[in-house]
Every structure is written in C-alpha cells, then in structure tokens.
Design a protein around this ligand. Structure first.
Ligand code: SF4
Length: 145
C-alpha cells in the first residue's frame, strides 16, 4: 500500500525532473559555448597562422544576426539592431569569428559563413580583399558612431 507521503514524493520527483534536466542541458550548453569562447581567444592571440589559413577557407557572408555577440553572455557593447559600439576597436576574436567549422557547427548558432574545406583566396572575408567586397560585418556600415 502506498501512503500519502510516498505518493507526494513521487509526484514531486516527476514534477522536478524536467526542471533538473533543463538545468543540466543549460549547463552543458554553457560549458560548450564557454569552451568555444576560450578556444577562439587562444587561437586569435596565439595561433594567427591557423586563423589566416582557415579564413582562406571561409565562404558566405555575415547576416548581422548578432548571435556571435551573444554567446555565453550578450556583449555589453552590442546595441539594438545588432550594432557594435566599439566596431573600430573590437576584440581580435570578434574580428576572427567564425575561425573554423567548430564555431558554427553546433545547434547554438546559425551563421551566414561556412567552410568549404578547400584552400582558396579572394574570399569576401580575406583580409586582403578591398573594403567594398568585404562581408557586411566587416564593413563600416555595421557599426554605430
Ligand atoms: S558572423 Fe555569423 S553569427 Fe556573427 S553576426 Fe555574422 S552571421 Fe551572425
């Protein structure tokens, strides 16, 4: 026979399970996204050759969605309309996003860039490309004054 306290413990367990699972999923997502931020910081500052090689493989363009500015936390320099208030002085890892496939392969981001796996030059994100051909996120119009 099941007494009242046993039933209420089961009911409470069933009610708390989705909350607990949601918290675990959120924690895992934060860990993955946080690891990605740390990895990009390391690559941008200590592996510039790798970043340049991967940039040559990058295709597509920035959709100005602002998702890369809201990973782990929303960047305090991001204004309404996804305008960067420090665009000219933005951090190196912001300039480099996405560095490679890992930055855009997860479910947490739907970037306008992609990597085709072939070496190439003259992509829209190539640092040698004239400003008029750069991706929108790299053009001055993406910033605010
Ligand atoms: S780089 Fe990608 S994620 Fe960042 S704003 Fe542009 S399209 Fe969005």
């Amino acid at each position: 026979m099941i007494n009242g306290s046993h039933v209420s413990a089961e009911v409470r367990e069933q009610a708390e399970r989705p909350v607990r699972e949601g918290l675990i999923r959120l924690l895992i997502r934060k860990l993955v996204v946080g690891y990605g931020k740390a990895r990009r910081y390391y690559l941008s500052h200590f592996r510039p050759g790798y970043v340049r090689r991967m940039r040559a493989l990058r295709r597509g363009e920035c959709r100005r969605c602002g998702q890369c500015c809201s990973l782990f936390f929303r960047c305090p320099f991001l204004q309404e309309g996804n305008q960067c208030t420090i665009y000219e002085r933005r951090f190196q890892q912001c300039r480099d996003f996405p560095i490679d496939e890992r930055d855009i392969s997860g479910p947490h981001i739907a970037c306008g860039f992609r990597f085709d796996g072939r070496a190439g030059a003259g992509t829209t994100s190539d640092p040698e490309t004239p400003p008029a051909r750069r991706a929108p996120c790299e053009s001055p119009s993406h910033r605010t004054g």
